[in-house]
Design a protein around this ligand. Structure first.
Ligand code: FAD
Length: 569
């Protein structure tokens, strides 16, 4: 609580402190490069598929000159995805959040080539990837090529998940890539210009100005808030006659929006949206989308409802890319959601192939057994329960090994345990006398076990994995001299490298009107205008280059001074 009030009291100090970390960003890691290059050694070929968060952080941190690297991606730039919702409304320009991959890959010691192409097949037996040029025109039948590899780094991300809902592909817009954000910006302005035409009835205008966002996760919520700001702060002044006809609806199939956040943030966000007039419909599952309507089914009552829509943005999570699905079939990973790797990011069933970011999932098979062992160690007297102090130590141990538990501790399975801990906090007597049943704790864990095995699909995870893998590649020569490496106490056998461990630094949820909510490590929840300044400073510091950092800050300043640009370009 003390820390929360610190944020409220000193937003500018926090902002300065965070911006001062720019360059490395607050999440910067130290990479130890310990290899003496031997010029006569043939170089190993590393092929990297993708130019997003995971690939870029790998390339930025790779320092070992004994590799030559070839990057294949249909996008010749890196895009800072957390600011995509700001691009949809012109708060930030698209080019301000993009950095050419060739700039990022420019290195003194490591040769990195880039090919603008998409990989359509991976052949792990012959160590080849099959690629198709992104712009096939003029290539006179030579649009396809293959690239051989010694090591393959798959960082192709994911695609929007439509759950095969009829009409979604045809009639909805997505928010995944830069082009998507630009498309949404134009479509919103189209709706306003269309609704201004004189021949329309009020009913038709109302339908055109009905904006529907599907999915109450962080992206859907942030986009709804950004759209609300754009409409109210800028467009309402330019189109005064349409002001009262605009409606923004957010549809969420679950019981709450932002359900991966702390309950306090969820409640705050729902309350704020209600005050702002954003129509949040919970338990509404979309079953069909047509050109002018969206059909939903109430999950509790089964009632079907259809509502008119002028623009639908679909943001319900991510699915697997077809090329990854095909690769998974080849290597016998048919029943998985994403490419399964071990804790060293090695793809199971394909030698010398690594996968990171949204296209991969780490198999942490032993989560429950591990946690049970931690509980057993804590319960020295074998009494089947833990004191509050013991439970706190157990939680500390678990979160060191599985940082994602912090996210799951907010889920309803854990509320009784969390509430109990809170109720005894600061009351010494109660703390001493309270015992928590281990079985209850283990039951809660087993219910979230499946999720615990998967890390969240975020830029934070992808970039930490990129740093980790580059560090392993940087030290590989050194480790060859001592192939067994230090014995590891965890996991089986001995490994050259420590396994990848994700460190959760918290998450933001911008809610519009200069208000942001943040969930920071250590059960710290903060929201309000001061958190918005924290958000500005963290996102400025996290930019990949000084060029984009300055562009983003100048876009924010331009927006403060002149508002958002509503030209439909
Ligand atoms: P991406 O960054 O998606 O990169 C994939 C790369 O693969 C791209 O360069 C793509 O062009 C390339 N590619 C695709 N197909 C092929 C192919 N066939 N061959 C070769 N290359 C290919 N995360 C956070 O932590 N915080 C946030 O605030 C946040 N906000 C977000 C907001 C939005 C709107 C979105 C969409 C996502 C947000 N995320 C956020 C999630 C984050 O963007 C992803 O988790 C992250 O991008 C995953 O990184 P990645 O490298 O796996 O994939």
């Amino acid at each position: 609580r003390r820390a929360t009030s610190l944020y409220h009291a000193h937003p500018v100090l926090i902002a300065i402190a965070t911006v001062s970390t720019a360059g490395g960003g607050i999440f910067a890691y130290k990479t130890v490069y310990a290899c003496s290059p031997d010029v006569n050694m043939p170089k190993k070929k590393v092929v990297v598929l993708g130019s997003g968060w995971a690939a870029t952080s790998f390339l930025k941190n790779l320092k070992n000159p004994s590799y030559e690297v070839e990057v294949v991606s249909p996008r010749n730039y890196f895009a800072f995805t957390p600011l995509l919702p700001s691009v949809t409304c012109g708060t930030v320009e698209a080019r301000s959040i993009c950095e050419p991959i060739r700039n990022i890959a420019k290195k003194k010691h490591v040769k990195i080539e880039f090919r603008e192409a998409e990989c359509y097949k991976i052949d792990p037996i012959n160590r080849k990837v099959y690629c198709r040029a992104n712009q096939p025109a003029d290539l006179e039948g030579k649009e396809e090529f293959t690239v051989d590899y010694d090591y393959l780094v798959v960082a192709m991300g994911a695609r929007p998940n439509t759950f095969n809902t009829p009409g979604v592909e045809e009639h909805c817009l997505f928010l995944k890539e830069i082009e998507d954000a630009q498309r949404i910006r134009r479509a919103v302005l189209d709706c306003f210009e269309k609704a201004s035409l004189p021949q329309l009835t009020e009913e038709q205008r109302k339908r055109i100005l009905q904006f529907v966002v599907v999915g109450g996760g962080p992206t859907g919520v942030e986009f709804s808030a950004a759209l609300h700001d754009f409409v109210n702060e800028d467009l309402a002044q330019l189109y005064p006659s349409l002001k009262d006809l605009i409606n923004i609806t957010l549809l969420e199939a679950g019981d709450h929006i932002l359900n991966m956040f702390d309950k306090r943030i969820t409640e705050f966000a729902e309350e704020k949206f209600k005050r702002d007039g954003i129509n949040v419909k919970l338990g509404a599952m979309v079953i069909k989308v047509t050109e002018k309507e969206i059909h939903t089914k109430d999950r509790a009552t089964g009632t079907m409802v259809s509502m008119p829509s002028g623009l639908v943005v679909w943001s319900t999570g991510i699915g697997t890319r077809p090329v990854i699905t095909e690769f998974m079939k080849q290597i016998g990973q048919t029943s998985r959601r994403a490419l399964s790797t071990d804790e060293w990011l090695r793809v199971e069933g394909a030698a010398n192939v690594y996968a990171l970011g949204d296209c991969a999932t780490i198999q942490q098979r032993k989560v429950v057994e591990d946690i049970e062992a931690i509980c057993r160690r804590a319960d020295k007297d074998n009494k089947g329960s833990l004191s509050v102090k013991e439970l706190q130590n157990v939680l500390k141990d678990i979160s060191e090994r599985y940082p994602q538990i912090e996210i799951y501790m907010k889920r309803k399975q854990f509320t009784s345990i969390v509430d109990l801990l809170k109720s005894v906090q600061g009351n010494e007597e109660k703390e001493k006398s309270t015992q928590v049943n281990i079985a209850t704790f283990k039951k809660a864990l087993s219910e979230v076990d499946a999720q615990m095995k998967n890390l969240p699909a975020t830029a934070q995870v992808a970039s930490q994995q990129g740093v980790y893998l580059a560090d392993c590649f940087n030290r590989i020569e050194k480790c060859k001299e001592n192939p067994e490496g230090p014995p590891r106490t965890r996991g089986e056998g001995r490994h050259r490298f420590r396994p990848f461990r994700y460190k959760h630094f918290g998450q933001f949820a911008p809610l519009g009107g200069g208000t942001t909510a943040a969930q920071l490590p250590g059960d710290l929840v903060t929201y309000g205008h001061s958190t918005q300044w924290l958000w500005y400073s963290v996102y400025a510091s996290k930019q990949v280059s000084w060029r984009t950092r300055i562009l983003v800050i100048s876009d924010w300043t331009r927006r403060f001074l002149f508002g958002r640009d509503s030209s439909r370009i």
